[in-house]
Design a protein around this ligand. Structure first.
Ligand SMILES: [Zn+2]
Length: 69
């Protein structure tokens, strides 16, 4: 079982521990990485969704507007 230091209390705990048995820190080795990945995925979805919405709804309106001139 690989051991590592808890970032909060610096006690040697298993890297696969879901919570530190010393200080009770939940998910001491993965939580920061996971939230960062989750946030970048959320941004990606928002940007792609915005571009897609513009492409489907915004662009035909823009083309109609240009054709009317
Ligand atoms: Zn700890």
């Amino acid at each position: 079982m690989p051991l590592a230091q808890c970032p909060v209390c610096e006690k040697s705990i298993s890297k696969r521990a879901y919570a530190c048995p010393g200080c009770g820190e939940p998910d001491p080795f993965n939580s920061k990485v996971k939230s960062k990945v989750f946030r970048s995925i959320l941004w990606l979805v928002l940007i792609v969704g915005g571009v897609y919405a513009f492409w489907i709804y915004g662009l035909p309106l823009l083309i109609d507007f240009v054709h009317d001139i």
